[in-house]
Design a protein around this ligand. Sequence first.
Ligand code: ADP
Length: 515
Amino acid sequence: MTWLFLTSKDLRARLVWLRNVLPFALFALVLAYQFFSSSVLNTFSRELHLLFDLIAYGIIGPVVTWFTLSWVITKVTEGERARAEKAQAEREQRRAVEAAQEQERLLAAVCANSADAIVTMDNTGIIRTWNRGAEMIFGYRADEAIGKHFRLIVPADVEQRGELAWLDQQMREQNFVRNFQTERLTKDGRRVVIDLTRTALLNEQTEIIGTSAIARDITERVRAAQAIQQLNLELETKVVERTRQLAAATEELRRRNAELEKANRELQKLDELKSEFVSMVSHELRAPLTNINGSLELLLQDDAPAHDRNHREMLQIVQEQTMRLTRLVQGILNVSRIEAGKLVLQPQAFNIVALIEKVIGVWDSRGVANRFEHPAILNLPSVWADRDRTEEILFNLIDNAIKYSPEGAMIRLDAQSDGRFAIVSVSDRGIGIPPNEVDKIFEKFHRVDRRDAAENYGHGLGLYICRRLVQAQGGKIWAESVLGEGSTFRFSLPLAGRGELEPSNAKRPSGGGRR
Ligand code: ADP
């Protein structure tokens, strides 16, 4: 093995030694062989002796020479390889040392120029190194800080609350303190918040020989966090305040609602009282009016005792006004019945054309000046409705047509079917209705303002009652009018086929037509 580490000088020395020793060794061997030959081989035959000599000098000599030279070559080769390997190892070691030195320089540069403060102190707290980051954060140059105790940058109150003692204890017990948030003092007296990581520096015997400290200035971050916290607090306070206000407003709303509900209930009660009162008064009025009417009819009969002309005319006026009062009372009674939900319908299948003819007959018999026109209507299916109510509707529409037309004007009645409904129309050539009033005339007590025209008697209930009666039977009612030319009122009623096929719909069939 020692050959491996031979230098070329050592090798030469060994070879010199071999050159000096080998001849003597060979001589000693020859001597030994001669001695052996004279004492042992002479006893053998001459041929055998010759053979031994041949082996000893002809073969052993060259073999020893061959082995010796081979050994020398091997050693020389091994030596060369070992030297080459050693040189390679030395080169690699040099490279590693260079790399380590480079790393060290880099690390030193990083430490020196780091934006974080990197400071080392000995065991007594005296500052030994002070990088650029420390200069920037604390304001002291390296030459101002090195050699001073690091208390230089510790605020008095921080020291008083025992932070330094605590840090020393941590060093002893754990060898480090990580991400400890604290405060330090700069050269110009400002307090900065830092994130501190301290590590004990150990020698080979793991004894603490100092401390390294890395400090990051987190003043801005902490201030921002504090500002956000403050904002959050303010926001929370505002939310609480708003929630309180909202709760108060909700409470107020609830209180007002309760008051409104109470007022509503009282109003409803008053409304009921009013309806009851109106109904009661109307009932009370109807009976005497009926009696008065009957008596007047008797008085005005031709065979009644003779009266003078004036007396008869006055009686006729009294009769007209009584009928007017009767219609009003009847109208009010109808409305209160409808609104109280007491309207009872008795639907049946009947021929609407026959009903139209009957109503025209009644009006004719009253001697009105108007002419009624209605084309022959063939094959119109029966309707499913309350016959008396439908008659009432027709009566009202014809009454209006007469009232709002010049004397003797034509009134036309018609009925058609659209397959589902029968649509009945009453047209006149009267004064017409202004376009903006057409829809309103179906409202309760609504009358068109006609200050410039002759006043017609009315109370604005007829069309309202018609609408409620038509709707209650599953139909609709609407009007078309041209001011000064005339109006057409139409209403729809379900055809009987549907009602009969679907008895459940008999009392409340679905609507048709427009309005
Ligand atoms: P009123 O007793 O006043 O006739 P209605 O409810 O029957 O009450 O009618 C409401 C209003 O509609 C009437 O005041 C009238 O101005 C108008 N009106 C109703 N029918 C006609 C019509 N055929 N022509 C013109 N105006 C009409």
